[in-house]
Design a protein around this ligand. Structure first.
Ligand SMILES: *Cc1c(COP(=O)(O)O)cnc(C)c1O
Length: 470
């Protein structure tokens, strides 16, 4: 270490001196002593690390005075009061954006969370019998009515649902899966790894592009616990392909006394063909084909809160409910409250795609998206944005969240070009606003995709541009 660095290390402020300054500034109104002291240590340690590790010549800010360090500590403590998990404006055009929290909740779901969270609830209490009840009972009748299932069970998310079903039905046994369906969903969810963790042995059959019913038949033995079908919801195998259809698999399972499960992933409850989209198997039609268990997410095409929904035959569900993992994966009361309110919208099949935001974004006619883009441009032109240039462009949005992978959804973008700022800089500034705006960047423009921005949110775009142009 050179002499300059040694000198700088020696001159670093002492913790006690920093604390003295902070105490005079009433820091203990903001946080207790332990937290303030720990923060001082951390700030000084960071400075020390920088002095030791920075390769270049050291600029003067590496030897700050005590007051400057105290300021840094205070800033860090004030930072604890800033909400980290916040609402953002999704202007990316990816409707079920996993990093942006997938499906937004409907107003009724939000109201139910407030109402149920505010006081006590009958979460596990049967008000008619006056005795202990089951938390799933609050949504199972609705789910059964909407899907034709005999029974339903809800867990934390669909990954948990798959883990639970595998463990409950095929622990220490084999689960037969087609090689073309050994998928990865992202975020570490891979079918072979989930199988391993559920203590199920994977029995792969067929090839990547072709698997026939006979392949499953040949693989059945006294070790088989389950036949599993996985909906390749986030990619498609196209070209020279073949897969065993669900009816035949269900019939095969039935004739050999082996349960058949279908992991649908996106879990659609309405017929998307009606809105000019690709056909996505609905939960009802999948169950009608005779499978024993279907699993799907609450926050993908269903448009509700994060949840894993397991539906199917009563005896099979009874076995799954008894599994000890179920307790570890159980759903919380807020999610149940939100899910119940979301599901109710589906009682009016025609209205659901207008009231649930994710479904609305998916099915809204492009002409309506265009109207919103034009409205935004009109409003932007009323502002004094001299350095900004706006234009309208047509493009495609995406369902996201591992749903409808090949579906191109026509959309309309508003492109913003800034004469004095590169687009990457604008993107960064928008992202760091009090109400962060997540936009696309294309060369020297940022793009707002109006398919994922509601009319109410237009003000945030306008206000955001105002703020970054000061
Ligand atoms: C998304 C998905 C999962 C995981 O669901 P989460 O709710 O994200 O845990 C599992 N299987 C399939 C087929 C999926 O598409």
């Amino acid at each position: 270490m050179d002499d300059l660095r040694k000198e700088m290390l020696k001159k670093l402020p002492k913790i006690d001196e920093i604390l003295l300054i902070l105490e005079r500034q009433n820091i203990y109104d903001l946080a207790p002593h332990e937290i303030v002291k720990e923060t001082c240590r951390k700030v000084v340690q960071d400075l020390r690390d920088k002095i030791v590790n920075v390769k270049k010549k050291l600029p003067s800010e590496f030897s700050p005075d005590t007051a400057a360090v105290a300021k840094e500590v205070e800033k860090s403590i004030r930072g604890l009061y800033r909400y980290s998990l916040r609402r953002v404006v999704n202007a990316t055009g990816v409707i079920l954006h996993t990093n942006l929290g997938r499906a937004p909740l409907c107003p009724e779901a939000l109201e139910r969370i407030m109402e149920v969270g505010r006081g006590y609830s009958n979460l596990e209490y049967d008000l008619v019998k006056g005795e202990r009840g089951q938390r799933y009972d609050h949504v199972s009748s609705l789910i059964c009515a909407l899907t034709g299932a005999e029974d339903a069970l809800i867990v934390n998310n669909n990954a948990a649902a798959v883990l639970l079903v595998l463990n409950a039905l095929a622990e220490k046994k084999e689960a037969i899966v087609s090689r073309g369906e050994l998928i990865e969903i992202g975020g570490e969810f891979r079918i072979p790894e989930i199988m391993h963790k559920s203590a199920t042995k994977l029995r792969e059959v067929g090839t990547t592009n072709r698997t026939r019913l006979g392949d499953y038949e040949k693989a059945i033995s006294d070790k088989t616990g389950l036949i599993m079908k996985v909906h390749t919801s986030n990619y498609r195998i196209v070209g020279f392909t073949e897969e065993a259809d669900i009816e035949s698999l269900a019939a095969l399972g039935k004739s050999r006394g082996i349960p058949v499960m279908d992991d649908l992933g996106s879990g659609c409850l309405i017929d998307l063909d009606l809105y000019g989209l690709q056909h996505e198997p609905t939960v009802r039609e999948t169950l009608a084909k005779g499978v024993d268990v279907v699993t799907f997410s609450g926050d993908k095409l269903l448009g509700g809160p994060q949840a894993g929904i397991i539906v199917g035959k009563k005896e099979v569900l009874a076995k799954i409910k008894k599994n000890p993992l179920n307790r570890a994966l159980r759903i919380d009361k807020f999610t149940l409250a939100a899910l119940e309110a979301t599901l109710m919208h589906y009682l009016n099949t025609a209205a659901a795609p207008k009231t649930l935001r994710a479904l609305k974004a998916l099915t809204e006619p492009v002409a309506d998206v265009k109207k919103r883009a034009e409205e935004l441009i009109r409003k932007l032109q009323n502002e004094n944005f001299d350095q900004l240039k706006f234009s309208i462009r047509e493009d495609f949005a995406a369902a996201g969240g591992g749903s409808l992978p090949t579906q191109q959804i026509p959309t309309v973008l508003v492109a913003v070009k800034n004469k004095n700022m590169p687009a990457t800089k604008m993107e960064e500034k928008l992202r760091k606003l009090e109400m962060p705006i997540i936009a696309r960047v294309d060369k020297d423009e940022i793009l707002f995709d109006l398919r994922t921005v509601t009319e109410d949110e237009l003000v945030f775009l306008i206000e955001g541009l105002r703020q970054i142009n000061i």
